[in-house]
Design a protein around this ligand. Structure first.
Ligand SMILES: Cc1cc2nc3c(=O)[nH]c(=O)nc-3n(C[C@H](O)[C@H](O)[C@H](O)COP(=O)(O)OP(=O)(O)OC[C@H]3O[C@@H](n4cnc5c(N)ncnc54)[C@H](O)[C@@H]3O)c2cc1C
Length: 386
């Protein structure tokens, strides 16, 4: 059996505490959050109180200064039980790194303390109704007027969109400059002209809020610009390896969780006077799932190791996201089959996990864009896809 070698005893102690947090503060409420279309603010505050938010934030910025493995543990423990509602990973490991890496000391002081406690929730808004994969073509504009930017435009499919207080918005500060005209500007809940649209109805991730956002003459101080004017696209590209690794970590942890549930089910469920696990087909199908999951686990752990060493590049991360998301779709489908009609019933976690899984092949860069990135790296075409 392969044994994971990444984690120390301290990491495992932390994992136990995350498991307890999930059992106490997430699992009992997840059904209600699905009906509400979002998780509660109390859950965010509880996560802050238990050290579940922003563990990797450096100590000098008020965080625990932990390594990325602590983030990985939180992501794994939520994924393992199918808790897709909390967008903690997006807040802690996608939004906050922009503030850490590109924010000034003043900006960090302004936003981070309340993001550690869960009082302020983060989101990142890139996608628009007419531009998703092709980020250079976004139309949201930020016009400079004195010491303010005036933002106009619209975003769609934004995770944490209903709850978010601090939103990093990709805008065009120079509409004629393509990628070099993209800037990142922080818009806060209180800014006049910033409005949320519908909480979008999705086929999965029902406990996670995903929204349209509207910006009508939103005036923000120039001090809300992150990373410099025209540098937005570069910043986005720099952050993508970690974002895509996170997706891969979620995929493999979900596969492992679902394999456990399925193994338990086929041992209990009887047909023709025997447990399902007594049929050779059941054992063969689950043996295939186990074999592929083991291979993916080794690969994703190696990617985590490379990321810790600062060696994971955009192509490696694209490979991890592409393969793990496609594998998850395939393996969860095979597991669902083992549940028969119950697998199609929403009250069964396998049904929810199967519906949730479809998202991984689209969000955070589609599989086709992952193939573009990998393909371009092979043939010397340096033109970049997001
Ligand atoms: C649940 C959910 C949460 C999300 N959260 C966020 C978020 O928090 N923030 C955010 O900014 N966005 C978010 N997104 C948006 C997501 O990142 C986009 O949906 C994704 O990047 C695809 O963009 P699109 O939907 O515009 O599809 P399009 O770009 O229109 O793509 C449509 C199809 O064309 C294919 N295609 C496009 N270009 C090429 C090409 N060059 N070669 C081959 N095929 C191509 C695509 O792969 C896809 O199959 C979320 C999406 C979902 C579903």
């Amino acid at each position: 059996m392969f044994r994971r070698t990444l984690f120390s005893d301290e990491h495992e102690i932390f994992r136990d505490s995350v498991r307890r947090f999930v059992a106490e503060h997430v699992a009992p409420y997840h059904d209600r959050w699905e009906r509400d279309g979002q998780i509660s603010r109390e859950a965010w505050l509880a996560a802050g109180k238990h050290g579940i938010l922003c563990p990797a934030l450096p100590e000098e910025l008020g965080g625990a200064g932990a390594d990325f493995l602590y983030s990985a543990i939180i992501i794994e423990e939520l994924s393992r039980v199918g808790a897709s509602g909390p967008g903690f990973y997006l807040h802690s490991d996608i939004v906050v790194p922009y503030l850490v890496n590109y924010g000034s000391a003043e900006q960090q002081q302004r936003w981070l303390p309340k993001m550690i406690t869960g009082e302020r929730i983060g989101a990142i808004a890139m996608t628009e109704p007419s531009a998703g994969s092709d980020l250079q073509s976004i139309r949201t504009t930020a016009r400079r007027e004195g010491d303010q930017f005036v933002i106009n435009g619209q975003k769609v499919f934004i995770t944490n969109g209903q709850l978010a207080d601090v939103v990093i918005v990709a805008c065009k500060t120079d509409a004629s400059a393509g990628a070099k005209g993209v800037s990142l500007i922080v818009v806060e809940r209180e800014h006049e002209g910033f409005r949320r649209g519908r909480n979008l109805e999705k086929i999965g991730y029902k406990a996670q809020d995903t929204s349209e956002l509207f910006f009508e003459d939103v005036r923000v101080p120039v001090g809300n610009l992150l990373g410099g004017e025209g540098r937005g696209f570069v910043c986005l590209m720099e952050q993508l390896p970690q974002e895509r690794l996170i997706q891969a970590i979620r995929c493999i942890a979900t596969i492992e969780g679902v394999l456990e549930w399925t193994t338990d089910y086929v041992e209990e469920r009887q047909a023709f006077g025997r447990p399902l696990s007594a049929f050779q087909n059941t054992r063969f199908v689950l043996a295939d799932v186990k074999a592929q999951a083991t291979m993916m686990r080794v690969f994703v752990d190696r990617c985590i190791e490379m990321h810790l060493a600062g060696e994971l590049d955009a192509v490696d991360a694209a490979i991890a996201k592409l393969l793990s998301s496609e594998m998850m779709g395939d393996l969860l489908d095979r597991c669902l089959q083992m549940f028969g009609g119950y697998g199609y019933m929403w009250e069964y976690p396998i049904a929810r996990a199967w519906a949730d899984a479809r998202m991984a092949r689209i969000a955070g860069g589609t599989c086709e864009i992952m193939r573009e990135i990998i393909g371009r790296s092979m043939f010397g075409n340096k033109e970049r896809a997001s």
